[in-house]
Design a protein around this ligand. Sequence first.
Ligand code: GLN
Ligand code: ZN
Length: 757
Amino acid sequence: MKTSVIGYPRIGVQRELKFASEKYFRKEITADALNTTAKSLRLSAYEIQSRNSIDFIPSNDFSFYDGMLDMAFLLNVIPKRYLDLKLTELDTYFAMARGYQGKSGDVKALAMKKWFNTNYHYMVPEIDDATEIKLNGNKPFELFSEALENGIKTKPVLTGAYSFLMLSKYAGNKDKWELSEKIAETYIEIINKLGSLGADWIQLDEPCLVRDMTKADIKHFKDLYQKILEKKGKTKIILQTFFGDIRDCYADVCSLDFDGIGLDFVEGSKSLELVREKGFPNDKTLFAGIINGKNIWKNNYRHTLDTVSELQKICADTVIGTSCSLLHVPYTLKNETKLPESQKRYFAYAEEKLSELAELKLIITSHSPDKTNEFIQNTLLFCRKRTEDDTAVKERIAALSDKDFSRSPEFSEREKIQKRTLKLPLFPTTTIGSFPQTEEIRQIRASYRKGDISEEKYENFIKAKIAECIELQEEIGLDVLVHGEFERNDMVEYFGECLNGYVFTEKAWVQSYGTRCVKPPIIWGDISRAKPMTVKWSSYTRSLTEKPIKGMLTGPVTILNWSFPREDISLRESAFQIALAIRDEVNDLEKNGISIIQVDEAALREKLPIRKSDRKSYLDWAIPAFRLVHSGVKPETQIHTHMCYSEFSDIIKEIDDMDADVITFEASRSDLTILDDLKENNFRTEAGPGVYDIHSPRIPSKEEIKNSIRKMLLKISPEKLWINPDCGLKTRGYTETVASLKNLVSAAKEIREEINV
Ligand code: GLN
Ligand code: ZN
């Protein structure tokens, strides 16, 4: 029995790579210094894996920014605009990742997209007719040799050719699959070169196989691999899949000349059934993903051992490993100094998952019933209930009935009432919630947390900020005002801290993109609202202005999706528990005279299942969870929601079904294509597609915004259109924010006049 890891975290236990990279970007350290940090992170990852006697230790899983970007670089998929900057290799790479503005020119970064159903983002490679696919650079070879020099023979990891082409954007006139030949040749060259350096096994990641595949997709996949495998030499190739099962192409994968096939038995709901029913080729090794690479709970050994023993009966050679790269979990529990042992013992981060693999290997190979029992007893303890049920919460959920999920009167009725009571102008202007978070605000929040300043002093500071923010918005002339969210560190953590049932970590950082990390809290037990969360700030804000203000909350699906979820109860149940807590807050805001309440669902789209057939069961609880939040408010109270990621063409009906009164979303970067979908589907919720992109400091001109509004009016009827930026302003500076919002307000005013004429 051998063990394998698909990929290891790379940002550094203390986020060393993040800090070194950011210093490099600010020109405070040299490329050599950055490389030194990177090398020591790689070596310590190898060391820790070898200490846990992992047999297949990955290399080339390290990246300065993103693995897909590395692959693009290696295949020479580098758009000309970056080469024209004539920078060093490393700086060209970073220009693709982050954009470049300086002496050599001004270019935007490559597009960035969510990596399947995770909160990780990859850079989208851009291929055009001028792209010349060929081997470029040495990274996988250098990293393989570096590990070898340090006594470790690794398994180099590359993004597979099929997923690379599938996920790339093709800007040319030809069919992108015409590149298959060249791509295959280059992969062969890479494989042979690694083989000649001594690599025995190479892992090719093909996550696109877990998506729904058409016949044409399968053909492209097979064509590519027939070409590659024909010339792979004696180096063994693992086709590695993760994030689901490969039900559409299992037989095809088995029929190709791979030496190993990696399947995910954690998220792949059909993986076991596929092996059981279709068998497994006896000339190949099965790499069975049985340790969850996405969550932080200890493994249930009994369940795992049952699965492995069934697999061993069918497969001649089985290797056990992680279900996906450990990139998606934090490094190590060792740095969680504040969590009590009574909680920590339930968790396994990346390093602890390595010891789980080592233990499982020991159990399986020892054939010692005593040993096995001892381990199983240990883990069983952690699979049992951790906490007492919160009976009040359980009873509340049990008592829910249909009417708790539907608001009355129905939408069109409410729309009329709200037009009458809120008296907003045509094309109301507003923002998404946060205003720029300056260094001063961050510091005051930190000092308050540390206990360096008193609660009173802190509250007065926040109040002063809110007052300034209201004054600013009145001066700009916005119609619906916000308090600015100065009291919030993060849109999930802030709420989590006011809820019972959450656990917060100190160092559980997970890479989100590039040097950006997130620290998702852990849902430990049943959730309920410990205390009102926002009422104080919203009521204070209301006292400052005659204009309507928007209360600002994060929705249940987003809070759940950006946390490490429980595995002992369903996601649905957790979502409903959180929804009830947010519902209490919504009702309290209403009681305190807040007539517009926004419930952000920034991450609702993110966890939409990869396969179409699984989507219904997700939407069947996600949409009701949102409805549960607001079904108790009066018809006059206007409920808004916001989504960051506007790729929701295929779930437009469900979004309408959330039954919010207004939705704002990101649209400016997707060329407003979403508007066609809204029109086609007779979208009834009032909508504010962002009129400008807040992810850049660029100030949009009034004319530019007017043009966007005119385009929107072709698809959305005037009485349903709101005018707003595409997301919160917290990452922006004040200068560009004020200028942009002034242009936004004048643009809306002028279009109102045009319409009235
Ligand atoms: N209300 C939040 C803000 O403005 C929304 C953030 C988000 O969508 N990610 O910051
Ligand atoms: Zn957003």
